[in-house]
Design a protein around this ligand. Structure first.
Ligand SMILES: [Zn+2]
Length: 236
């Protein structure tokens, strides 16, 4: 992936699929569809609640949380008033639940948020919360199936365990043969250029803190090995 692709400012690496409707890196799509076929054999209708997301979409989310147009939640999911927080606290609160534009793994097309469309009760609205993916939850079977099977298709969960950065996301899977290289290529200078050239609110403060943000939220992910069996710690 080139610098624009890595930071979601181009979609030349992306293919759009119809069934299931999603947008993925061209080198991840075949494995994703093979995994979906295997899941179908177990009665699971693997679908993506979110797949490729571009820089502008992520920037829109960021800026809307900055201004309070979108709800800002603390680590416990309690609402915060954006206007009452200083810039540093606002950045921390946003990063708790949203990636920095340019630093989202969704830019790569290797990562998606999975649901089991066959398990959805009539009229059910997916929230992407841990309870849904826990045993007995609406996607409990999906979790168990992924635990058992996703590794042989090249997928793993980068946010499986509680680290110092983003929250635990059992729905978020990543195609590591491509994502591994993307993470190496997304260096601090690459991320800095993407942020510096954008209309991001709080940009000066973000750029000042970028090495820390990069370490805590981009680098601190679980490796594929950490997913098998025990959940081990992320990089500090
Ligand atoms: Zn995700």
């Amino acid at each position: 992936m080139n610098e624009l692709e890595l930071t979601g400012r181009a979609r030349t690496h992306i293919v759009d699929l119809d069934r299931p409707r999603c947008a993925l890196h061209y080198a991840a799509a075949t494995s994703f569809l093979a995994m979906r076929d295997a899941a179908a054999g177990a009665g699971i209708d693997l679908a993506a609640a979110s797949s490729f997301r571009d820089f502008d979409r992520q920037l829109h989310i960021w800026n809307a949380k900055w201004t309070g147009e979108r709800p800002l939640l603390d680590r416990q999911g309690q609402p915060l008033v954006a206007a009452s927080l200083d810039e540093a606290a606002r950045i921390d609160a946003i990063l708790c639940w949203s990636a920095l534009p340019g630093g989202s793994r969704h830019h790569w097309g290797t990562d998606c948020d999975l649901i089991d469309a066959a398990a959805l009760p009539e009229g059910y609205r997916v929230q992407l919360v841990p309870e849904e993916y826990a045993p007995g939850g609406v996607f409990g079977r999906l979790t168990a199936w992924l635990d058992e099977n996703m590794a042989r298709f090249g997928f793993h969960r980068p946010y499986a365990s509680a680290g110092c950065g983003a929250g635990v996301e059992p729905w978020h899977v990543s195609y590591w043969p491509v994502a591994h290289d993307a993470l190496e290529a997304l260096t601090l200078p690459v991320l800095r250029r993407a942020v510096a050239g954008s209309a991001m609110l709080g940009k000066e403060q973000v750029l000042e803190r970028l090495p820390e943000i990069y370490t805590r939220f981009v680098l601190a992910v679980d490796s594929p090995r950490a997913n098998s069996g025990r959940a081990s710690s992320r990089l500090a």
